[in-house]
Design a protein around this ligand. Sequence first.
Ligand code: TA6
Length: 311
Amino acid sequence: IQVLKGNNDLSKLVLKTSTSSCEIYIHGAHITSFKTNSIEHLFMSEKSGFQDTKAIRGGVPLIWPQFGNGKIQTHGFARNCDWEIHKALVDEKAQSVQIEFLLRNNEYSDKIWNCNITSGKETVNSFHTIYRVTLHPDFLDLEFDVKNTSATSDNILEFQIAFHTYYQISNIDNVYVLGLEGRDYIDKMNNHKITKELNQKVQISNETDRVYLNVVPTQSTGVGKNYQPLQLIDNGSKTSITLTYDYQSMPDVVVWNPWIEKSKKMDDFADNEYHNMICIEIGTINTPVKLSPNQSFQTKHSILPSNKSSL
Ligand code: TA6
């Protein structure tokens, strides 16, 4: 584990194992690189800003406590805050390296994120959020724990969460996503219409912004028979990435690509970069989490690349 000066002098941690590496900025506890066998699996925009006020464009933006637009800034403040380094652990036996980040309510969050409580008086949300990143030789584990630390008996902590991961791909024409067939999704490109996914392979050929709902192993997906896990297949680079996650706590999956027009409107994203990225985001979006005081929420998401030379 090393602490280095990254872009724009922001501090970043570099984790390494025998065959993998990972880079995480303290700003936003933002993963900007994840490599196995020297292959980079995450997309980073060449125009990403590394300023305090703006999220890093690419890697794994942490979306918390809000997904999308709403009462507070788009996608919440977790990706705009500097997190504390809470713990670091090297596991010789498992050959893994782990970093734990901590975010507590602070004057920044107190100003923008209050709660609506039944007693009528508004108080700040008190929370203790742990983000644990474990780098293994051939995969990456992301864990997210939130505790409502409010002393006020009816202060409910309500939030959404998502790992807004940008995957590096050879070209958008070469990739498809498996594991979404038969699911309903909110189509943000078609008035948020609930639409059923009829394709076994989800391919991208225009601006795509969908929240797939309740992507959990159910009989209709043949659990135990031919259950298809969530996978990103890249026929160009002959790699596949399997995404596993705790579907009870995070049942939703976002698929996003800005395509041509939206890319032009993003000042921290080059016009042609939509060819080389796809976002597949695991989260709790459609039904926000609600925690009573002293209640906790835990979740986990893993990213498992594999080289499919047989593709
Ligand atoms: O996850 C998809 C999305 O909600 C899109 O609508 C798009 O806005 C994207 O997130 C990026 O949002 P950002 O605030 O990071 O520019």
